[in-house]
Design a protein around this ligand. Structure first.
Ligand code: GRF
Length: 196
């Protein structure tokens, strides 16, 4: 049984989708929900589900990323995590941390990578006049939003869409895509998954 740690900074809707998918004959179970913000809403959702939680406040390390990450590693090792899922984790991780989880760390990004790496993806897709948009699950490497793509889900861009409305449409697909990719990943299947 693979042990999955989920890192988040916000509300944790992707964490909930992942946690709720890991039941029955699924080859993985959540072992920890970890945040850089002790007040993150996702931590309360994890506790409500009986999942162990921890928080390491990055602000306590005054910009020293590697010191923050050294602390971040401790609950991950204590929980015996085999796989790390970034799910709305809003801190950039250094090469050092990423290399320790290389091949075992996933992220979900709200765009059809390689388009729109970074932030404000929905606004950028609207400003570009794209007819479709979506989300991507990829392996995390040292370059931001750049690792091997494991899955994508598409949504249409509709007339009059706002960034918020488009984000909400994409989020529904994130909650389908991430659990589907994690299950395959936990079974050792790295084939690209397309959800339409
Ligand atoms: C999602 O939009 C996801 O694509 C991005 O951050 C957001 C996380 O939302 N990585 P939640 O905290 O999972 O609800």
């Amino acid at each position: 049984m693979k042990r999955v740690a989920i890192l988040l900074s916000g509300g944790g809707s992707n964490m909930v989708a992942l946690a709720e998918s890991m039941t029955g004959d699924h080859p993985a179970r959540p072992c920890l929900v970890l945040s850089n913000d002790a007040g993150a809403g996702g931590l309360a959702k994890a506790r409500a589900r009986g999942i162990a939680t921890a928080a390491v406040d990055h602000r306590a390390f005054g910009g020293n990323r590697s010191a923050f990450e050294d602390e971040l590693m401790k609950p991950l090792l204590e929980a015996g995590a085999d796989i790390v899922c970034l799910a709305g984790f809003m801190r950039v991780l250094t090469d050092g941390f990423v290399s320790r989880w290389q091949g075992r760390m996933l992220n979900i990004h709200p765009s059809l990578l390689p388009k729109y790496k970074g932030l404000h993806t929905h606004l950028r897709a609207l400003e570009a006049g794209d007819s479709e948009h979506g989300c991507t699950v990829h392996e995390v490497t040292a370059r931001l939003d750049d690792g091997p793509i494991l899955g994508q889900a598409r949504v249409p861009v509709l007339e009059g869409d706002t960034p918020e409305g488009l984000a909400a449409r994409v989020l529904v697909q994130e909650h389908r895509l991430y659990p589907a990719v994690l299950r395959r990943f936990a079974e050792g299947d790295r084939r690209m998954l397309r959800l339409d």
